[in-house]
Design a protein around this ligand. Structure first.
Ligand SMILES: NC(=O)c1ccc[n+]([C@@H]2O[C@H](COP(=O)([O-])OP(=O)(O)OC[C@H]3O[C@@H](n4cnc5c(N)ncnc54)[C@H](O)[C@@H]3O)[C@@H](O)[C@H]2O)c1
Length: 337
C-alpha cells in the first residue's frame, strides 16, 4: 500500500517510523509545512518520499492518509482527503473545538469513506483487557473508573496555543478511554483546573488554559469516572486506568515503568526505569492502531473509531472545558449539537 502522512512533528515523525515498519506499507508519501521536518524523515526512512504540498500528496494516488499535523489543520485536511475518497486516519482531536468537529461530521456524514480518529489507548493490550473484564462481567457492577494521563513536561508554547486546552488535547484521551472501557456514555462533568505559578504566561494563562486538571465524570448508569491530568509530572509519563466493581478490580498501566516512587517501607515496586513519554509507554498501541488503519484502508475491517464515536468523546471535553472555566457542573447535552 502507499500511505500518505501529513505532519511530521513529534507524533508524525514517530508515526512515520511505525508505518514504515509495517509489512503492508510499501511506500510512504510525506509532507510537512517545515522542510527540515520533511528532510529528517525522508533521509532516515528509505520507504519515505516527499510531496511538494498537501494537495500534491492528496493527488498522488495514496491508498490511505494519516493526518498528524497540528490540531488547527485537522478539519480542513480531513475534508480535503475524504472528499477525494481517501480512507483517512486523523490524530485526535477531530478539530480545535467540538463545534467545528460537528460541522466536519455534518459535511462528511454519508460520504461512505472510512475515517478513523486516533485514540491509541483503545489499542493498548492492557486497556483492551480491562474492557474485556468489564464486558465479561467478572468485575460485577462497575462503580468507579480512574483514568490518568500525566505528561512529564509541557509541550512547546506554539503547540499549546493551538491545542484547544488541556481538556480537549490531553484529558480527551481519558474521556475516550472511560467511555470505551465501560461502554457507557458520560452525562455530566465537574472539572477544575490549576495553573503552575512558575510557568510563563504564554504557556497557559494567555490561552485560558491549565497545567493541571481533574474531572469527575457522571456516567449514564451512575458509574463515577475520576480523571487526572497534568503537563508537569517530572517523574515520567503516567498513563493508567483502574476499574473497580462490586466483585473485582483491575488496573491497566501498573508495570515497572509506572512513574511513582513508593514510600511504603521495604517496597521495591515499581522497579523502574519510569516511562518517559508516549513513544515508549504506548509504542505497541500505536503500532496496532496504524496496522488496524491499514486494514481499514484496505477495506477488510471497519473503522474502530469513526467520526460519530469520536465526536461523543469531543462533547465530553467541551463540557469539561466549560465546567472548569465557569466553575460549575455541566451536562454533556448542554454543549452537544
Ligand atoms: N494520539 C496521541 O497520543 C497524540 C500524541 C501527540 C500528539 N497528538 C496529536 O497529533 C497532532 C500533532 O501533534 P504533535 O505533538 O506532533 O505537534 P507538533 O507541533 O510537534 O507537529 C505538528 C506538525 O504539523 C505541521 N503542520 C501544521 N499544519 C500543517 C499543514 N497544514 N500541512 C502540513 N504540515 C502541517 C507542523 O509544521 C509540525 O511539524 C495534534 O493534533 C495532537 O493533538 C496525538
Amino acid at each position: 500500500m502507499r500511505i500518505g502522512l501529513i505532519g511530521l512533528g513529534r507524533i508524525g515523525a514517530f508515526h512515520a517510523d511505525t508505518l514504515a515498519a509495517l509489512s503492508a506499507v510499501e511506500e510512504l508519501v510525506v509532507v510537512d509545512a517545515l522542510d527540515t521536518a520533511m528532510k529528517s524523515v525522508t533521509e532516515r526512512i528509505p520507504k519515505a518520499r516527499a510531496a511538494g504540498s498537501p494537495d500534491e500528496l492528496l493527488d498522488a494516488g495514496v491508498d490511505g492518509l494519516v493526518i498528524a499535523a497540528s490540531t488547527a489543520a485537522h478539519a480542513e485536511l480531513m475534508l480535503a482527503s475524504v472528499k477525494r475518497g481517501i480512507p483517512t486516519f486523523c490524530e485526535k482531536p477531530i478539530a480545535g473545538s467540538a463545534r467545528e468537529a460537528a460541522s466536519v461530521r455534518d459535511e462528511l456524514e454519508g460520504a461512505g469513506v472510512p475515517i478513523q480518529i486516533g485514540y491509541p489507548r483503545r489499542f493498548d493490550p492492557a486497556f483492551a483487557a480491562a474492557r474485556d473484564a468489564v464486558r465479561g462481567g467478572s468485575l460485577g457492577r462497575v462503580h468507579t473508573v480512574r483514568s490518568t494521563t500525566m505528561d512529564p513536561a509541557p509541550p512547546p508554547a506554539s503547540y499549546l496555543a493551538v491545542s484547544g486546552g488541556i481538556f480537549r488535547d490531553c484529558a480527551v484521551h481519558d474521556f475516550d478511554a472511560v467511555r470505551w472501557v465501560t461502554g457507557r456514555e458520560v452525562v455530566e462533568v465537574h472539572a477544575v483546573g490549576a495553573v503552575d505559578p512558575s510557568a510563563p504566561a504564554e504557556l497557559y494563562l494567555d490561552n485560558d488554559d491549565f497545567s493541571t486538571a481533574s474531572t469527575l465524570l457522571v456516567m449514564e448508569d451512575g458509574t463515577i469516572g475520576v480523571v487526572s491530568n497534568t503537563r508537569t509530572n517530572a517523574r515520567g509519563y503516567d498513563v493508567r486506568l483502574e476499574v473497580h466493581g462490586s466483585d473485582d478490580s483491575v488496573a491497566a498501566g501498573l508495570d515497572d515503568g509506572l512513574p511513582l516512587r513508593s514510600t511504603q517501607p521495604g517496597a521495591t515496586w515499581p522497579a523502574g526505569p519510569p516511562h518517559t513519554f508516549f513513544m515508549d509507554r504506548l509504542a505497541e498501541a500505536f503500532r496496532i492502531e496504524l496496522e488496524t488503519f491499514c486494514a481499514v484502508a484496505a477495506g477488510t475491517v471497519e473503522s474502530p473509531t469513526p467520526l460519530g464515536d469520536a465526536l461523543r468523546t469531543a462533547w465530553v471535553a467541551e463540557a469539561a472545558t466549560v465546567s472548569a472555566r465557569e466553575r460549575r457542573p455541566v451536562r454533556v447535552d448542554e454543549v452537544a449539537l
